[in-house]
Write a protein that binds this ligand. Sequence first.
Ligand code: 5RP
Length: 218
Amino acid sequence: MSDQQAQKQAAAKAALQYIEDDMILGVGTGSTVNCLIELLPSVNLAGAVASSQVTEDKLRALGIEIVDLNVAGTLDVYIDGADEVNPELALTKGGGGALTREKIVAAASKQFVCMIDESKTVDVLGRGFPIPIEVLPQARSYVARQLAALGGEPVYREGFVTDYGNVILDTYDLDVSDAAAMEQTLNNIVGVVCNGIFAANRADVVLKASSAGVETIT
Ligand code: 5RP
């Protein structure tokens, strides 16, 4: 097993402490979340709100009841991974393309617990990992031009369609030194459904695994 995979598993194990019996848990998407999902049979959930079809399928396969967010109401806890985390605990998400539903579930939760391995911390979002932007298919070229005007370099994620039938523009070179401001700027472009900057819905707790153990950052 790679060091990174071991760290994902350690972060997932540490996240279990935030889960209480009989709660409806918000569950994110990605390889780190998959480590958490493997551990969920050891806890007594009332159900789970899934942030993607992939996660929903994995939870169902374990016999965990899937609850519609409209029925669940406000969740106590949402647990997910991230592609990047800055010192203010703002995130880049959407590497797996599930950013819109992830942001909705995060917004509907009182506490967002984010599990990462040590490779995910950065000073400024968007310098290594591009910002994924979910776009209505018809608006793809228009939005790409607006992103270029902001200094970004959008790359169409070929062959990928989101759970909502939209496309993703992975956008390099945006200035995300003010994550909240860029999140809002991107939201204001007509045709953008959601962007992968989670500043308004930043993590409340980050569990950062490294070879030294798991650090809790708040
Ligand atoms: C999916 C996400 C994931 O949380 C993010 O890509 C991190 O994934 P991984 O745990 O596989 O590194 O935002 O849309």
